[in-house]
Structure formats: structure tokens, C-alpha cells
Design a protein around this ligand. Structure first.
Ligand SMILES: Cc1ncc(COP(=O)(O)O)c(C=O)c1O
Length: 380
């Protein structure tokens, strides 16, 4: 039987209850929202999902939840909507390319000034570096909550508090932490971006962002990166000025949104705290086992309480791709090798350009599975 250790990339299977709901929907009421009488159904599904997401991130108004095609699209919408000509933007040295590439492009084209905040080799960030880097024209700080390579959790609350003292708009990339760590939006950030297909257990191509109260009230200040039909305020050639329609042009991915509603309701029943404890246990077991294996070194923090369930390793004398292939061919273990769409994190960790073999744990992981992964690494 294959052992999946690539949850940081995507959840390999939807839960049985979610699949059942999706099958029922596809066979009966596959309509869009606001474009049919019966299509009200899709609007109801979206509202149900907005409510589940609002509960998950402790947001008082579900209409501040915007659906997009995923975390990458959300980040592009927010970055292009906020990073205006001549402004200064800050991001960390462990960002995913979903953040790094749009920012790099704007910088290369002379649109923005950009500073990457240096992270330590274990992926941690000293908040003093942020304070020192803020300038008069700093407008935007984008930060991943946890590195998708090193697993290390960043001090987002402290960083966002500092940034907001200077009037900097704050965007949290919670792609790796939604449904994995308890996360209350509160006053933490202005916008929280989520990916549907990872810890939230939904379909690929689902995701979105949530705006904080003040950001939502001033959402006219976020330029629209995409516009089009919303099924509302159709007499006007301008996009509606109300949420969520302002940022939801085009027919929505209702099946993806339904997968989010069903999966997040399940997550809320289980409790994110319980999910976190369970997965932290696997990370602790794996890290402690690695300590016994010569030639294999973990990257990132070695404290399971300071990371999400991701452990990247380097095997002395072996390329990452070769190790990942051997684990798959000889031991049926699915990992991911290489740079994991985050060259910046590898530059911080000192593993660029060779990359690492990444193990990441989730819903289907077991203690026996973790032990088998350790055993396999010890025989390489
Ligand atoms: C930290 C981080 N941000 C953004 C993304 C992009 O997410 P999506 O696949 O929803 O576009 C990923 C995906 O791996 C990620 O790990």
C-alpha cells in the first residue's frame, strides 16, 4: 500500500462524507449562482461555505469571504490590487512563488520597490528586521504563515502588529496553515489567503481570501485585478462596490466551494486544535527518529511545536530526486523532492539549488506509516 507524505502539496483524497455530498450535487443541482431562478441553490452553497470559513477563522461577517481559484489567484489579486506604482513592498525570505513571482515581476518592471526580509537557515524571522526595513512609502507586507519547505511558523502576529503601526496593509498567506493550526483572524491581518485543496480538504482549484473589517470597509482601495459579470448590479459597467461581488467576477467554481463547505464543517466538528495535536505528534515522532539516522539531516526548526507537519531532509551524498524516487520505487512512499516552488526558502536554508526531500503529514498519516518512513530512510 502506498504511503502518502505529500500533504503540503495537496490532500490526496477527499473524505467519504464530502465525496457523497459532491456526487449528490453533480447528479441533481449543478447550477450557477444568480443566473437562474433555481440557481439560487449555488448562492446558498456559497453562503454555507462562507459561514463555515468565517467560523474557522473567527470572522464576524461571512460576506467578507471571497472565493477565487486558489491561493495563487488570491495572492495575485491582492498584490496587483495593492502594490501601486512607486510603493515599497515587504515579504519574507521563505515565500512561495505564488507571492515571490508576482512581486518580483512588479519589481523587475520598475513598478514597486521590494525588500525580502532575511530569514535564518531554520526559516525563522527576527521581527527587528521588519522594523528596520519599513520605509515612508511602505504600503504592503505579504507573509507566509509557515514555510512550505521548512515548516517553520513565522511570528506573523508580531510582524503584522509592527507593520500596521506604520499603516502598512498586511496579507497573510495561510495556504499551509488553514485547517492545520488554529487561526483567528481578529485584528491579526488585513487579508487572509487560503488554499482549498491542502489542510482544508477541498477540491483543487478552490480557495479564496478573507478581508478584515477595516480592510473590507476600505475595499475600494484595493484595485480590481479582474472584472466581469457577477449576476448583480448588471446595469453598470463598473464592478459592484459591495462584497463579495466586488472581487468575484465570472461563474464561480460551485463544486469546489461545496467541497470547502462540507470539508470545513467536518474540520470544525473534529476541532483544528485536535488536528494540530495529532499531526504535531507525527512530526515529533519523525524528527526524533531522524536523530537516530546517520547521513540524514532535517532542515528547518527541530521543535515540533514551532512548525506545521512538514519536514524537509537532506541525505548526504544523494540527490533529492534520487532519494524521492528510491522511496517511491522501493518503499511505496510518496514524498516531494526539489525546490517545492520556493527557491527563496532554499536560499535561506542553504539548500539551493539542489533542494530537499520533503515529508509532510496529514489526515491519512499513521504512527506505523511514520515508522516505515524512518525505516526506509535508514536503509538508503
Ligand atoms: C505557502 C503557499 N502559498 C501559496 C500556495 C499556492 O496555493 P494554490 O495551489 O491554492 O494556488 C502554496 C501551494 O503549495 C503554498 O504552499
Amino acid at each position: 500500500m502506498k504511503m502518502y507524505a505529500n500533504y503540503a502539496a495537496t490532500s490526496p483524497a477527499l473524505s467519504a462524507a464530502v465525496v457523497k455530498e459532491l456526487c449528490g450535487y453533480l447528479g441533481e443541482t449543478h447550477l450557477n449562482a444568480g443566473r437562474n431562478f433555481e440557481g439560487l441553490e449555488a448562492g446558498t452553497i456559497a453562503l454555507r461555505a462562507r459561514r463555515a470559513i468565517a467560523r474557522l477563522f473567527d470572522v464576524s461577517d461571512p460576506l467578507r469571504v471571497v472565493f477565487t481559484g486558489g491561493a495563487t489567484q488570491s495572492l495575485n489579486m491582492l498584490i496587483h490590487g495593492l502594490a501601486w506604482e512607486g510603493c515599497h513592498v515587504l515579504a519574507t525570505g521563505v515565500e512561495h512563488n505564488a507571492v515571490a513571482r508576482p512581486l518580483h515581476k512588479l519589481h523587475k518592471n520598475g513598478v514597486i520597490q521590494l525588500d525580502w526580509l532575511r530569514c535564518d537557515p531554520d526559516g525563522s524571522l527576527d521581527t527587528g528586521r521588519l522594523r528596520a526595513a519599513i520605509k515612508k512609502n511602505s504600503r504592503l507586507l505579504v507573509m507566509t504563515h509557515a514555510s512550505n519547505v521548512l515548516g517553520t511558523i513565522l511570528p506573523v502576529n508580531d510582524c503584522f502588529r509592527i507593520a500596521r503601526e506604520y499603516g502598512v496593509f498586511t496579507v497573510l498567506d495561510a495556504a499551509q496553515t488553514g485547517g492545520v493550526l488554529p487561526l483567528a483572524m481578529g485584528d491579526c491581518c488585513d487579508a487572509l489567503v487560503f488554499a482549498g485543496h491542502k489542510g482544508l480538504g477541498g477540491l483543487a482549484g478552490s480557495g479564496g481570501f478573507v478581508l478584515g473589517k477595516a480592510a473590507a470597509d476600505a475595499s475600494g482601495g484595493i484595485r480590481q485585478w479582474m472584472s466581469g459579470g457577477t449576476g448583480s448590479a448588471s446595469a453598470s459597467l463598473d464592478m459592484p462596490d459591495f462584497l463579495p461581488d466586488r472581487f468575484e467576477p465570472g461563474t464561480q467554481n460551485t463544486i469546489g466551494i461545496l467541497s470547502l463547505a462540507a470539508s470545513i464543517e467536518e474540520i470544525l466538528r473534529i476541532g483544528v486544535e485536535n488536528i494540530m495535536k495529532r499531526e504535531q505528534g507525527y512530526t515529533a515522532r519523525f524528527l526524533s527518529g531522524l536523530g537516530e539516522i546517520k547521513n540524514v539531516s532535517p532542515c528547518g526548526t527541530r521543535d515540533p511545536a514551532r512548525c506545521v507537519p512538514i519536514v524537509s531532509v537532506v541525505v548526504r551524498g544523494r540527490g533529492a530526486g534520487e532519494v524521492s524516487r528510491l522511496l517511491f520505487e522501493k518503499h511505496d512512499i510518496i514524498t516531494r523532492s526539489g525546490l517545492h516552488c520556493s527557491p527563496l526558502a532554499h536560499q535561506s536554508a542553504g539548500t539551493f539549488p539542489d533542494g530537499t526531500v520533503r515529508f509532510s503529514f496529514g489526515r491519512g498519516t499513521t504512527e506505523e506509516g511514520v515508522d516505515a518512513m524512518l525505516e526506509a530512510l535508514s536503509t538508503l
